[in-house]
Design a protein around this ligand. Structure first.
Ligand code: GUN
Ligand code: FE
Length: 425
C-alpha cells in the first residue's frame, strides 16, 4: 500500500455541509487521512498534481449485470419479457467460465473508466465464481451474487435450478467471497425477480440474508407484463408479496420500482427498502417513468444504476445522472430532479443503499479513498466554468472527462500518466 497526495484540486466533498473546497487530499493506504489546503504529510510515495481538476466521490451504481456486458445491442428494440425470453436468457445460458470472466472484466473496465467505484451486481445462474474472480482482480468494490431462478415456467431449461441447489450454490459463493480483500467484495443474494422464484426460495433467501447480514438484490415492478404474472401467480402486488415474505427491510435493494401503488410506496418507505432507479434501461426497454421525485419527497432511499449493458448499451453513470434528471422534466417541471439531487443519488445515496455511508459516498477524513479526478476543461464543457460544478458534471460531463479513478486508495485507472510524478510538486 502506498501513500498518495493529490494537490491543488477543486474537491466536491458531498459531506453533510455540501462543502466544495480547493486544496489537497492525502490518502494513507486505503483511507483519506487529511483534506485541506497546502497539506504537508510526512510520508508521500506519489503526488498527483490536480491543478484545474475536480475530485468527486466515486459513483456507486446499485444495479448492474456484469454477465450481460457481452450482449450489448442484442434485442435493442424489445420490451422486457420478450427481451428476456428471446435474447437474454438464451445468451446467459450460453455463458461458460471464460466468457463470463471476460464479460465481467469488460464491464468493470467501462465502469472504472467512467468513475464508478462501487457496484451492486447480479450475475447469471452458472459460473458466477469467475465473475467474482474478475471483480477481485480488477480492484472494483462490489456486492455481487449468482442469480437465482428456481421457477420453471418462464425460464429456459438450461437456466432452471432446483431450489436446494440454488440456495447451496449461493451459500458456497458467499462463504468463498463475502468479505474478500478486507470487505471490498461482499455477497448479495440475487433472486432474479418474483416471476422466476418460488415462495420457498424467497423465504429461505430472507432467512439467510438475516443470518449472514448480507443484502438481497432483485428486480421489482419494472414492467406491466411482469406485474400481471406476479399478480396471477401470487394474488398480490409485487411489493406486497415481498413484504408478506419478510423481504421488505433495509437489506433489500430493488431495481426499478416503476409501477407502484400507494400501499407499495408506503411499504418501501416504512421498511427502509432501497430503490435502484435505472433511467436509461427504463426508457430503452419501454418500461416506464419511475416516480422518483415523489419517492425522494417521501424520503425513500433512491440511488442509480445502469442495469446490464444491453439495457441501454452503456454503463456510464454520467449518462444515468443526466437521464434521471431529464426524463422527469417534461412530466414534472424543470426542478423536479435538479442536478444536486441526482448527484447525491449517484454518490452518497448509493453508499446508503449498500449500508456503507460511513465508509464511502463522500470525501471525508477516515473514509475509504474511493474517488474520481475529472478534467472539466474539455471542449464539450467549455466555457461553463462559472456554473455550479455539480450542475456542470450532471448536464455536460462525460466519461471522457474522467482522468483518474482511485478505489481503496489504489489508482485503478489513469488516463494522463504524465501528470503523476514521484516527487513533490
Ligand atoms: N428482470 C428480470 N431479469 C432482468 C434483467 O436481466 N434485466 C432487467 N432490466 N430486468 C430484469
Ligand atoms: Fe436488471
Amino acid at each position: 500500500m502506498a501513500n498518495l497526495l493529490i494537490r491543488h484540486a477543486e474537491i466536491i466533498t458531498m459531506n453533510g455541509n455540501g462543502d466544495i473546497l480547493t486544496g489537497d487530499i492525502y490518502i494513507e493506504n486505503d483511507r483519506i487521512a487529511a483534506i485541506g489546503p497546502d497539506l504537508n504529510p510526512p510520508q508521500v510515495d506519489k503526488v498527483i498534481d490536480a491543478r484545474n481538476r475536480t475530485i468527486i466521490p466515486g459513483f456507486v451504481q446499485t444495479h448492474i449485470h456484469l454477465c450481460q456486458t457481452l450482449f450489448r445491442g442484442k434485442g435493442d428494440d424489445l420490451e422486457l419479457m420478450d427481451w428476456l425470453r428471446t435474447r437474454i436468457w438464451p445468451l446467459e445460458a450460453s455463458h461458460d467460465e471464460e466468457s463470463i470472466y471476460y464479460s465481467a472484466m469488460l464491464g468493470i473496465g467501462e465502469l472504472i473508466q467512467s468513475g464508478t467505484t462501487t457496484i451492486v451486481d447480479m450475475e447469471t445462474v452458472h459460473h458466477t465464481d469467475f465473475a467474482f474472480q474478475a471483480i477481485a482482480e480488477s480492484g472494483i468494490r462490489a456486492l455481487s451474487g449468482k442469480v437465482m431462478m428456481d421457477k420453471g415456467n418462464e425460464v429456459p431449461f438450461e437456466l432452471q435450478e432446483k431450489t436446494s441447489e440454488s440456495l447451496q450454490m449461493s451459500v458456497d459463493l458467499l462463504e468463498k467471497w463475502n468479505g474478500h480483500d478486507g470487505g471490498r467484495i461482499q455477497y448479495a443474494f440475487s433472486p432474479r425477480f418474483v416471476v422466476s422464484c418460488t415462495e420457498e426460495l424467497l423465504r429461505e433467501v430472507q432467512a439467510l440474508s438475516a443470518t449472514y447480514n448480507v443484502k438481497v438484490h432483485t428486480h421489482a415492478s419494472e414492467n406491466r407484463g411482469e406485474i400481471e404474472i406476479v399478480q396471477a401467480e401470487t394474488g398480490m402486488r409485487n411489493i406486497v408479496y415481498l413484504d408478506h415474505l419478510g423481504l421488505a427491510n433495509d437489506r433489500l435493494i430493488l431495481a426499478h420500482c416503476i409501477w407502484l401503488d400507494e400501499e407499495e410506496k408506503r411499504i418501501i418507505h416504512d421498511r427502509g427498502v432501497h430503490v435502484s432507479h435505472c433511467p436509461g434501461s427504463n426508457m430503452k426497454l419501454a418500461s416506464g417513468i419511475a416516480e422518483t421525485p415523489e419517492m425522494i419527497k417521501m424520503d425513500i432511499s433512491v440511488s442509480l444504476g445502469a442495469d446490464g449493458a444491453p439495457c441501454n448499451n452503456n454503463l456510464d453513470m454520467f449518462n444515468e445522472m443526466r437521464l434521471a434528471a431529464l426524463m422527469q422534466k417534461p412530466v414534472h417541471g424543470p426542478t423536479a430532479m435538479d442536478a444536486g439531487t441526482v448527484f447525491r443519488m449517484a454518490t452518497i445515496g448509493g453508499a446508503k443503499a449498500v449500508g456503507m455511508e460511513k465508509e464511502i459516498g463522500s470525501l471525508e477524513v477516515g473514509k475509504k479513498a474511493d474517488l474520481a479526478i475529472l478534467d472539466l476543461n474539455n471542449f464539450h464543457v467549455y466555457p461553463s466554468f462559472d456554473v455550479d460544478p455539480i450542475s456542470r458534471i450532471v448536464y455536460s460531463a462525460t466519461r471522457a472527462d474522467v482522468e483518474t479513478t482511485i478505489i481503496n486508495g489504489k489508482i485503478v485507472m489513469e488516463n494522463r500518466i504524465m501528470r503523476t510524478v514521484d516527487k513533490d510538486i
